[in-house]
Design a protein around this ligand. Structure first.
Ligand code: ADP
Ligand code: MG
Length: 232
């Protein structure tokens, strides 16, 4: 008995551009990702990894095929459905995307703006708590320019995890980091994921960290080859 996948991708095609400029980027991409898995996606630059990640995160509309995230079909979904999916997903970008005028805590707290149901005292406390969890207990009130690259990326992780998302999508989170900081960052993600029971999909070129993965899938020219990428 296998559990329902949290992410079910079935023959997804994606195109950019219109008319004669229209270009196919993803080809019949098919994969299932199961609860609690840590899956890494590798593949050359320009192969379509970020495109797929933004489709899964409901940041872009699914054009062809079927994409189900947490049991919701994203193709042809109304925008309020997409907003619900975004609320259940934590996103970590390559560049940490912190706001420079906000402290670490304020950056983390922003992620809870999508959750008006959480009282503000809880928001404050939880933001501090998750920063402690990523080892930044002494830097809660620092501004990003006072933090190292690895520390900034840890703030970004804290921001992605503070809402206790069911899925975390990370796009080359260690690209700008040295070897040790890169490892620390994925190990923190792994630990917090296990604690919170969330599923993680990490895009990476970094083969120094692949051993953290439960499973590795590979994107090449818009084709996903993977253990469970069932041919259509
Ligand atoms: P990767 O993350 O693997 O480097 P991307 O998904 O970013 O790949 O890009 C895949 C292809 O789609 C590339 O050829 C890129 O130039 C093109 N592309 C990405 N985003 C856009 C866009 N918004 N408009 C047009 N083409 C794009
Ligand atoms: Mg990319």
């Amino acid at each position: 008995m296998s559990p329902e996948p949290v992410i079910a991708i079935d023959r997804v095609n994606h195109y950019y551009g219109k008319g004669h400029l229209r270009k196919q980027i993803l080809f019949e991409v098919t994969a299932n990702i199961y609860p609690g898995e840590i899956v890494f996606m590798t593949g050359p630059s320009g192969s379509g990894k970020t495109t797929l990640l933004t489709l899964i995160g409901a940041l872009r509309s699914t054009q062809e095929g079927s994409l189900q995230v947490l049991g919701r079909e994203l193709r042809n979904a109304p925008s309020r459905e997409l907003v619900k999916v975004r609320r259940d997903v934590g996103y970590i970008f390559q560049a940490h995307n912190l706001l420079h005028s906000l402290t670490a805590r304020q950056n983390v707290q922003m992620a809870l703006d999508l959750h008006p149901e959480i009282p503000s005292a809880v928001v404050y406390e939880r933001s501090c708590e998750v920063l402690k969890n990523v080892g930044l207990g002494d830097h809660i009130h620092q501004y990003p320019h006072n933090l190292s690259g690895g520390q900034k990326q840890r703030v970004a992780i804290a921001r992605a995890l503070v809402s206790q998302p069911k899925i975390v999508l990370a796009d080359e989170p260690t690209a700008a980091l040295d070897k040790q900081s890169g490892r620390d960052v994925v190990e923190i993600m792994q630990r917090l994921a296990k604690q919170q029971g969330c599923t993680i999909l990490i895009v990476t070129h970094d083969n120094r960290i692949l051993d953290v993965a439960d499973r590795v899938i590979n994107m090449e020219d818009g084709h996903l080859t993977a253990l469970d990428a069932v041919p259509a």
